[in-house]
Design a protein around this ligand. Sequence first.
Ligand code: URA
Length: 222
Amino acid sequence: MKNLQEHRLLRELYHYKALGYSYFSDIKKPVIAIEQELDLPDSLEALELMCQQCSLCDLSKSRKNVVFGEGNPDAEIMFIGEGPGAVEDETGRPFIGKSGELLTKIIETTLEMKREDVYIANIVKCRPPLNRVPSKEEAQKCLPFLIKQIELVKPKIIITLGATSYQYLSGDYESAISKIRGEMIQFSRALLMPTFHPSFLLRNPSAKKYVFMDMKKVKAML
Ligand code: URA
């Protein structure tokens, strides 16, 4: 009996390996404790309202609009970028500038989905001045909202775009994005896959093939 169970387990593990899974121990979730302190609402609408009024960090002073995130509230795939840029700050919508155009193209051509079918958000919801990388403190203040968003959307797969997004969400500051991209990592109830940021692809078009490979892996797992 035990042998049969082990055999089944082994077969299942080989199946996952063939689909592209690698084993990683559960990654750290350093923001969970903060979320509990904030007592966040259980609907996306109420959470968005709360974010609109947020002044937990200095980014709130220079923002024009809070960029909460958008998409299918029941999406299987959630993309997470770094933070809003100028156009996003102006409009209150994520990824609609040049890198957003590329992200939309990636979704349509590689995942064969519409942009509206997925959910798109960022590590921080307000634009860092001059598009600098959000500080650790800013990310720590904002992350509980994102974690709650993830909890409400319940995506099967979270795709972090770029090193900053991966590092702040996972707490893994050690792995280079060029090494860790394309791996599937258990993140609470979802799988997390880091890949390159579209703005990096705009500067390095030859790296598009890696993102194409990553998206193929994602598609196979849906
Ligand atoms: N870059 C990001 O990381 N997020 C956006 O919303 C736009 C550009």
